[in-house]
Design a protein around this ligand. Structure first.
Ligand SMILES: Nc1ncnc2c1ncn2[C@@H]1O[C@H](COP(=O)(O)OP(=O)(O)O)[C@@H](O)[C@H]1O
Ligand SMILES: CC(C)(COP(=O)(O)O)[C@@H](O)C(=O)NCCC(=O)O
Ligand SMILES: [K+]
Length: 259
């Protein structure tokens, strides 16, 4: 009866198995694999897993990776569904010029964030930050309209770009400091505050556009690294994408999920 949620980013595949396709369903098992290890899912972490009844995922790592993951599910005879961002789904409306060109992970994370915010009280505008390979900073109004968002390089990409574009920046990872006094700390702090600064600008944009203080919510594999350096309180959520996939799955599979 179980439901398998998949979040395939540019660095890692994250998976979570739930008792059913419902936001309140019990989490049965979960894991994460770097993309170089995804060809061993069936013989590794997924070996002996009860056959899921439904699979819903989002993938931004390209068609080859998606096919490699599908191969790991062939013995299950379940047809996975992959989210494509649309004009509207699960209470969200998509303000992108070309809605389907919005990264599926961004769309799903916003759905998760929106329902989380609604469950906590009166509707508020939101800033949704996802810190993964790349960093995305989304603006959503209190009615669930995605207004637009920023894409920035993540920590790793920023460091690699600086290393490859200069002669003198090959140093170990440093600490975040207000006034860095060595190259390692200068690089680490520069990247962290570049992200924090971009987020702060988006908070200002949302506040003046919506006329209300936004709820700020952050997720992604490197979210914990950013949390202490933000200029305002952020709710750090383990995986907004799984929350969003459960919301979408409940609506997409409702007739079967009820049985
Ligand atoms: N235990 C960890 N394993 C992998 N990446 C981690 C870990 N902790 C932090 N990270 C950071 O998180 C980023 C990957 O986050 P993730 O959400 O998996 O990205 P994506 O969704 O783009 O694949 C990496 O850039 C890495 O710096
Ligand atoms: C922005 C992203 C690269 C983020 O990827 P991630 O860091 O999650 O691996 C991904 O959402 C993507 O490829 N988006 C398509 C372009 C867009 O959203 O405009
Ligand atoms: K991601």
């Amino acid at each position: 009866m179980s439901f398998l949620a998949l979040d395939i980013g540019n660095t890692r595949l994250k998976w979570a198995q739930y008792a059913s396709a419902h936001p309140k369903a019990a989490l049965l098992s979960q894991g994460a694999e770097f993309l170089e290890n995804i060809d061993k899912l069936a013989e590794g972490p997924w070996h002996g897993m009860p056959v899921p009844k439904q699979v819903l995922g989002c993938v931004v790592a390209g068609d080859t990776v998606r096919r490699r993951v599908q191969e790991q599910m062939e013995h299950w005879e379940v047809v996975p569904q992959w989210v494509v961002a649309s004009e509207s789904e699960a209470g969200l409306r998509n303000g992108y010029d070309h809605p389907s060109r919005l990264g599926a992970d961004r769309w799903v994370a916003m759905v998760g964030a929106y329902h989380r915010m609604l469950s906590q009280g009166a509707p508020l505008p939101m800033v949704v930050v996802m810190v993964g390979t790349a960093v995305t900073v989304e603006a959503v109004d209190a009615e669930g309209k995605f207004l637009g968002g920023l894409i920035l390089p993540g920590h790793g990409i920023m460091l690699r770009a600086l290393e490859s574009g200069t002669a003198g920046l090959h140093v170990p990872t440093g600490e975040v400091r207000e006034f860095p006094t060595n190259t390692s700390d200068a690089l680490t702090s520069g990247g962290t505050y570049a992200i924090a600064g971009a987020v702060e600008r988006m908070v200002q944009h949302v506040r003046s556009h919506c006329g209300a203080e936004p709820k700020c919510i952050m997720t992604g594999g490197a979210g914990w690294k950013m949390a202490p350096s933000m200029t305002r309180p952020f709710e750090l959520v383990d995986n907004l994408i799984f929350d969003g996939l459960l919301q979408m799955a409940q609506r997409r599979f409702s007739s079967v999920a009820a049985s």
